[in-house]
Design a protein around this ligand. Structure first.
Ligand code: SF4
Ligand code: SF4
Length: 106
């Protein structure tokens, strides 16, 4: 089998997006050592984690949730574990400490 590496002239130009949206294919969870877990009962739906996540890997989902104290929310914040890098910014910024970083288990 003969395989030839491309010469530098055949490589695509760096830092140029040739296909918009292609980053969706690059799932960035592989190097995560900690994963954020949202306590839905504690979460006050303030949206801060959603705003701060650099990926963004916090999803705002139209999914009602009723807490153990009978408080009803119409939205739920969830983590997209395909893209979350485990940086912990969301847990750091959550004003009610509803996000816990737990060891990743694969
Ligand atoms: S740990 Fe980092 S990448 Fe993952 S959801 Fe939180 S802020 Fe986003
Ligand atoms: S920052 Fe905390 S309280 Fe606010 S939406 Fe995210 S998990 Fe919920």
């Amino acid at each position: 089998m003969s395989s030839r590496l491309p010469s530098w002239k055949e490589l695509p130009i760096g830092a140029v997006i040739l296909e918009p949206g292609s980053s969706r294919r690059y799932k960035t969870h592989e190097w995560r050592t900690l994963r954020p877990v949202i306590n839905q009962d504690k979460c006050i739906r303030c949206r801060i984690c959603w705003s701060y996540c650099p990926e963004p890997a916090i999803l705002e989902v139209d999914k009602p949730y009723v807490t153990s104290t009978n408080r009803r929310y119409e939205i739920t914040y969830m983590v997209d574990y395909d893209y979350c890098k485990g940086c912990g910014i969301c847990a750091q910024e959550c004003p009610v400490k509803a996000i816990e970083m737990v060891p990743e288990v694969r």
